[in-house]
Design a protein around this ligand. Structure first.
Ligand code: C5P
Length: 310
């Protein structure tokens, strides 16, 4: 097949990072993934992907956080573009230029974000005009978080995280993300979670979201959401990077409504009472010396969006 009439010469897509307000990790499944119940929120920290026509696959990176991102065909954004071309029966290739703001290996889904953005960008570049429902199965095969990042907002994730339904969430959530010096590998954090559970001979139930958290989101009760932040991967992330505990303590002592390891970490997400409080918290965290760098963001925001500057 050749590209459709609506094909473009260059397409820019912006896609957000995510934080898990709640991440309940159930039993290990036969496919090597864990059964999850999670509440995702997309936040205003963005990577952008610019896709343009090319004779062969090509990838380059810009931005302040690029170290550790693969530039070869293992890159998730390139794999997403190739998977879309295959699914559509196209012989097309593309050059992807990714500008990264989202911390790499930080537990904020940066790689998955780029894959979601690449799907939306190449969908337009090749004039496919597939709906999000049509892109979703490709996204789900590539990574557990990618379907959520296509849609954004606040959503409940189940299965291995790839089955998403929107959650009613009122209000604006002001986040301060404390960046770590070194990333954590998601499979290693899940493996550590397994190891800790085995060592404790812990019974692992089927995961479910907390009704109180969903109620607090519906009511826009930011304080209650702060209290109810929960992450079953946190003990594993703290076991692999014990220094994170001091950062959590510092943020809570400085007035955060709640603090949590973001996803598989090591970024720590603090929820603040408002814009001013987030600013004060950022300054206090840096001044304390406990944190090298912070990013402020708000949520919820939409998922991968075409032409953010248009
Ligand atoms: O799906 P994704 O590529 O993000 O997963 C990365 C790794 O994280 C998986 O290979 C697996 O080790 C772990 N994982 C898991 N259970 C999930 C999601 C991820 O064990 N639900």
């Amino acid at each position: 097949m050749t590209p459709a009439a609506g094909a473009r010469s260059e397409v820019l897509v912006r896609a957000p990072a995510k934080v898990n307000l709640e991440l309940r990790v159930g039993p290990l499944r036969r496919d090597g993934f864990h059964q999850l119940a999670t509440v995702y929120q997309a936040v205003s920290l963005y990577d952008t992907v610019c896709a343009s026509p090319a004779d062969d696959w090509d990838l380059d990176l810009a931005g302040r956080t690029t170290s550790g991102v693969p530039l070869d065909t293992t890159n998730l954004a390139l794999r997403a573009a190739a998977a879309l071309a295959r699914a559509a029966g196209l012989g097309e290739r593309a050059a992807l230029h990714i500008t990264k703001e989202i911390p790499v290996s930080g537990g904020m889904a940066g790689g998955s974000t780029d894959a979601a953005a690449a799907l939306v960008a190449c969908n337009r570049l090749w004039g496919l005009d597939w709906s999000l429902d049509e892109l979703e199965p490709i996204a789900a095969r590539l990574g557990s978080d990618i379907p959520f990042l296509l849609r954004g907002g606040t959503a409940l994730g189940s299965g291995r995280g790839e089955q998403v339904v929107p959650v009613l969430a009122k209000g604006i959530y002001h986040w301060v993300f404390a960046l770590a010096e070194e990333g954590l590998s998601t499979p290693e954090v899940y493996a550590e979670c397994e190891r800790l559970r085995e060592a404790a001979a812990a019974e692992v139930d089927q995961p479910a979201p907390t009704a109180d958290l969903l109620g607090a989101l519906r009511a826009g009760d930011v304080r209650a959401v702060g209290r109810l932040l929960a992450n079953d991967l946190q003990p594993a992330a703290l076991s692999l990077q014990p220094g994170l505990a001091a950062i959590l303590d510092e943020g809570l002592a400085q007035g955060a409504l709640g603090g949590i390891v973001s996803g598989s970490g090591p970024t720590i997400a603090f929820l603040a009472a408002g814009r001013e409080a987030a600013l004060d918290l950022s300054v206090a965290l840096i001044a304390s010396g406990a944190v090298r760098d912070v990013r402020r963001a708000v949520g919820p925001v939409p998922g991968a969006q075409l032409d953010p500057t248009a």
